[in-house]
Write a protein that binds this ligand. Structure first.
Ligand SMILES: Cc1cc2nc3c(=O)[nH]c(=O)nc-3n(C[C@H](O)[C@H](O)[C@H](O)COP(=O)(O)OP(=O)(O)OC[C@H]3O[C@@H](n4cnc5c(N)ncnc54)[C@H](O)[C@@H]3O)c2cc1C
Length: 314
């Protein structure tokens, strides 16, 4: 089959790898300019050096046996490393969280900067419409956040669209700050301090370079309450909270930015992956299981097993 996958985050790439190994012809489409999805890493130029921020997912665990084996392969390839500061079972991508997605995407035909607007049936084939034309495929896999599923599948699978609509994500305001000196705080991360849900010294993660860099995330409740606030106001508030939490004045700021994730941590639909064999249409993504990197990979792999149980071995 020629299989089109909408969304080249970890779930889409996990499905792509298993289906490509099974001999299918895979093409992925992603609306973003480059690899990452919610495992993105942002580069910011500063007066000292380039600063790097994992501004989406911070770290991950590997409790599923198949995923643990996959992570061991990433470690061997130099795209993942343990980060004990977040826990004994915590891993991060190297040299940034998006290093994993970059490496996985390199093995596939991925069309970046290409948002799929609609999918339509044409006899037994699918037609995927984007700004520059139409792509044809035998099967379609939708690997996007729950809130973006309905527009693509509602006309074909109303039940799935309803499930996705009922599975709401939590937002997350994220502040990225690079400093001209070390933030004097003994630990490299902290959780649940006032408006802050999580803050981490990003530059202390393994394999990172550049100046002292922190990622500060608003808690889910605070982020929801302040979702429409101005980015500058969010920066002021979360940095003030960081200063209070570390108990010292913060060093001079080299660069600071805010990012509003409307759909950060997904809900959980109580499924693993969905496949409709008569339509040759599938769904995968973290939201089917719950909001974790590990779940995105497990969901993609499970979908490959549903789409081609004989050859993926999933
Ligand atoms: C702020 C934040 C903090 C997090 N912290 C953690 C953490 O510490 N640990 C953890 O395990 N998880 C964490 N997560 C969750 C984790 O990032 C996700 O579970 C995982 O990355 C989801 O992967 P995915 O492939 O399902 O979705 P995504 O990574 O969102 O990939 C979906 C892709 O689909 C693309 N797309 C969407 N619509 C279209 C379209 N119409 N056409 C083409 N492309 C489209 C998007 O551009 C995106 O690249 C966090 C997430 C965020 C945002």
């Amino acid at each position: 089959m020629k299989i089109a996958i909408i969304g080249a985050g970890l779930a889409g790439l996990s499905a792509a790898a298993a289906l490509q190994r099974a001999g299918h012809d895979i093409v992925l489409f992603d609306k973003a300019r480059g690899p990452g999805g919610r495992m993105s890493t942002r580069r910011v130029e500063t007066a000292q050096d380039m600063a790097f921020f994992d501004h989406g997912a911070q770290y991950f665990t590997a409790r599923d046996a198949d995923f643990a084996a996959e992570v061991a392969r990433w470690e061997a390839a130099g795209t993942a490393a343990r980060w004990p500061a977040a826990g004994d079972d915590a891993w991060v991508g190297t040299p940034g969280m998006n290093g994993i997605i970059k490496a996985l995407a390199a093995g596939h035909d991925v069309r970046w900067n290409c948002r799929i607007e609609t999918i339509a049936r044409d006899g037994t084939l699918w037609q995927l419409a984007h700004a520059d034309g139409v792509e044809t495929a035998d099967a379609v896999i939708v690997a996007v956040p729950a809130e973006q599923v309905g527009d693509l599948v509602a006309a074909h699978q109303a039940e799935w669209a309803g499930l996705a609509q009922a599975t709401r994500s939590q937002p997350c305001w994220t502040v990225m700050a690079a400093f001209d000196a070390r933030v004097e705080f003994a630990a490299d991360s902290l959780r649940n301090c006032g408006a802050i849900g999580w803050a981490a010294r990003n530059s202390a993660k393994p394999g990172r370079s550049g100046p002292e860099s922190w990622v500060v995330q608003g808690s889910p409740d605070w982020s929801a309450e302040h979702l429409e606030d101005d980015g500058d106001a969010v920066i002021a508030r979360l940095l003030a909270e960081l200063a209070e939490a570390v108990g010292e004045g913060l060093p001079g700021i080299l660069a600071v930015q805010a990012h509003r994730w409307r759909y950060a941590m997904s809900g959980a639909a109580g499924k693993t992956a969905l496949w409709d064999g008569s339509l040759r249409l599938g769904l995968c993504g973290d939201w089917l299981i719950g909001p974790r990197i590990e779940n995105a990979w497990v969901s993609g792999r499970a979908l490959a097993g549903l789409a081609d149980p004989d050859r993926t071995g999933a």
